[in-house]
Write a protein that binds this ligand. Sequence first.
Ligand code: SF4
Length: 276
Amino acid sequence: MTTSRRALLAWYRKRGRADLPWRQERSPYRTLVSEVMLQQTQVDRVVPKFEAFMRRFPTLRALATANAGDVLREWKGLGYNARALRLHATAVAVVRDHGGIIPRNRVALRALPGVGSYTAAAIRAFAYGLDDVPVDVNIGRLVRRLGRKAVKAIGRSGYTIASALMDLGAQICTARTPQCAACPLLRTCESGPIRTSPRRNGKARSPFKQSSRYARGRIIDLLRDLPPGKRISLLDLRRGLRAVLPQRSAAEIGRLVEGLRREGLLDVQDGDLALP
Ligand code: SF4
């Protein structure tokens, strides 16, 4: 074993997040769910939602046979609700085409709805321990900074190495303030130590509450809270949203509703709205 690999594994044993629920109890289904949740949501927000989701849909078959609306309800708090529908569609396809077993083959994984190259690599590495590295934004940055020689010195991937690289990219080799002095790979890294300078004033960001994503999330939240089987008119929806979206015009709400309908995130019947 090379020095780099040994140093990385030692760091992971001390500082890695082996306590995450999808790492403590591993299965292809748990990996799939956690990876979809982690795509656009931070890990600390995902943990309680993941545990609740597993209680509600403990197996892939339970998820596949569930109603899409119930999956959307359980997704509350994670945002980017289209992911819930894609995850549901993946579960349905795995039951239909693979007898309920998530495939390990890259081509078969990529053929599933909503499984891109990252998720396919994550399932192969984390669930099946295969030599694959899911390159998310953190690992991509880490690998670029390390350079080819240093990456080669780490050697074959698999569950522990992929997890260690992921944690190192998220905790140590961060975008703005990499902590090279605490990095187990400093000796072989092409870029380290990187000197960081105080952050300059950048452009002011537009507040999240003014974004379409925020407004879409509030519409789905309102529909989630309807009693089972109930629908709501567009007029009542707009009234219900006044407190949380006071600046949005009726036309804007209408456009957002139409966009959500087209994406399958809500259902319209005789002008009344509900989750699918
Ligand atoms: S030494 Fe610095 S730049 Fe290189 S991998 Fe470690 S934290 Fe990143």
